[in-house]
Design a binder for this molecule. Structure first.
Ligand SMILES: [Zn+2]
Length: 372
C-alpha cells in the first residue's frame, strides 16, 4: 500500500469518527431535560390531551398541574415559548419543582414549544446546555434551544408567513414562531397546532390568568416590561405597582391591536383569560454581545453591553454586574406571585401559590438552590 493510500484511510476514519460523535450529539439534543416535580404537583398531563393529533409528535409537551385543597381560580404559566430564552423556562421549572398551591389551581408548561428545545439557532454560537447546581451538589442540565420550531418537524418555510386569522404577513421563518401563531389552527402546520392546543386547554380549563415568560436582547425596546391585553390592564397595573414597591422596575405596555398571533393579543381576544407577557434582559441573545457561551447566558456580564449603555443604545441599565439568571428568574417568579395576587383580589377567583422564592430570595441565592 502506498503512503498516500494510508493517509487517505486515516483521514476517512477520522471523518467517520467525527460524524459518529456529531450525530450522537445531534440526536441527544432531542432527549428532554429531566424535570423533578415537587410534592405540589398533583398530576402530569400532555398537551395532546387537549388536541389528540399532537400525540407522538415533538410538538407534544408536559403540563404540570398543581391543584390546591381549596377552591379558587386557575392560572397558567407558559415557559419556553422561545427555547433560547432560559429565564422563562427555568422560572417554570422552579414552579414545578417547588410550588405548593393551597387554593385554586396552577398549570405549568415549562417547554411550551417542545420542538424548539431540540435544536439551536444556526450561526449564533449559543451554548447547548446550561448547568445549575442543586442544594445536594448535583449538576442539573437544561437545554438552551432555538427561538423556533425545529425544521425537522416543520419544513419548508413559506417565503411569506400569513397569519391565519388576520392575514398579517411576516417573513417566512416566523411560521415556526409559537408566539406568532395564536389562536392556532387545528388543520394548520405543527406550530399552529401547538397554538391551537394551548388555546383549547385555556378554554377547557377556564384559565383566568395566563403568563407567557420571555427574554429579549438589551437593545430591544420592550424589556423589563409586562405586555398586557387591554382587558388585563387593571390587574397588570395593580401587580406592577406591587413590583415597584419591591424595587423592581417594570414598564407596563399595552398589547398592540395590530400585532397579531401573540399570546397577549390572541388569547385575550379568543378566550376568557387575562394574558400577560413578561420580558427580562438576556445578553446571550442580543446582537451587540461578545463571546457567546454558557457563562454569558448565566451571568449576563458583557463589556460590549456596558459600552452600549454608555452610548445610550439600550433600554435597560447595564453595568459590570450584568443581568444574571438569578435576577431574570427572580423577576419572572416575583411577577407571577404579584400579578396572581392582583388577579385573586380583582376577580375573586383566588389562587394561592406558596413556597416559591420571590425576587429578593432568588437574588440572595442561586437558581440551582431552588431545584430538587
Ligand atoms: Zn421571546
Amino acid at each position: 500500500m502506498k503512503r498516500h493510500h494510508i493517509t487517505a484511510i486515516i483521514l476517512l476514519l477520522a471523518a467517520a469518527a467525527i460524524c459518529v460523535y456529531a450525530g450522537g450529539l445531534f440526536l441527544s439534543l432531542r432527549e428532554p431535560d429531566v424535570i423533578k416535580p415537587g410534592e405540589g404537583v398533583t398530576e402530569v398531563r400532555k398537551l395532546s390531551d387537549y388536541f389528540a393529533p399532537l400525540k407522538g409528535t415533538r410538538g407534544d409537551t408536559d403540563i404540570y398541574v398543581l391543584k390546591g385543597e381549596g377552591d379558587g381560580g386557575r392560572v397558567l404559566v407558559l415557559g419556553g415559548t422561545h427555547a433560547n430564552e432560559p429565564s422563562g423556562y427555568l422560572a417554570a421549572v422552579v414552579l414545578v419543582e417547588k410550588a405548593k398551591v393551597t387554593a385554586g389551581e396552577l398549570f405549568v408548561i415549562p417547554r411550551a414549544n417542545n420542538s424548539a428545545f431540540t435544536h439551536n439557532d444556526s450561526q449564533e454560537g449559543a451554548p447547548l446546555y446550561l448547568h445549575l447546581t442543586n442544594p445536594a451538589g448535583e449538576e442539573r442540565a437544561f437545554r438552551y434551544g432555538s427561538r423556533a420550531t425545529n425544521v425537522i418537524d416543520q419544513w419548508p418555510d413559506p417565503d411569506v408567513y400569513e397569519h391565519a386569522s388576520s392575514g398579517q404577513q411576516l417573513s417566512g421563518s416566523e411560521t415556526r414562531n409559537l408566539n406568532r401563531g395564536y389562536p392556532g389552527r387545528a388543520d394548520g402546520n405543527l406550530t399552529e397546532q401547538m397554538c391551537y392546543a394551548i388555546t383549547e386547554m385555556i378554554k377547557k380549563e377556564d384559565i383566568g390568568l395566563t403568563f407567557d415568560l420571555h427574554e429579549a436582547s438589551p437593545e430591544y425596546p420592550v424589556i423589563h416590561a409586562t405586555v398586557a391585553h387591554e382587558k388585563a390592564m387593571d390587574i397588570a397595573a395593580i401587580g406592577s405597582f406591587e413590583l415597584d414597591m419591591l424595587g423592581i422596575a417594570m414598564a407596563l405596555e399595552p398589547s398592540p391591536v395590530n400585532l397579531r398571533g401573540l399570546t397577549h393579543r390572541e388569547l385575550g381576544d379568543y378566550t376568557d383569560t387575562y394574558p400577560l407577557l413578561m420580558e427580562t434582559a438576556n445578553a446571550s441573545q442580543g446582537r451587540l454581545r461578545g463571546a457567546t457561551n454558557e457563562k454569558l447566558a448565566l451571568d449576563g456580564k458583557d463589556k460590549f453591553y456596558v459600552a452600549a449603555e454608555k452610548l445610550g443604545m439600550l433600554y435597560v441599565p447595564y453595568d459590570e454586574n450584568g443581568h444574571s439568571i438569578e435576577e431574570r428568574v427572580g423577576r419572572h417568579l416575583q411577577g407571577i406571585l404579584s400579578y396572581t395576587t392582583a388577579y385573586s383580589d380583582f376577580s375573586g377567583n383566588v389562587v394561592t401559590i406558596e413556597n416559591v422564592p420571590g425576587y429578593e430570595e432568588v437574588m440572595a441565592s442561586t437558581v440551582g438552590n431552588f431545584l430538587n
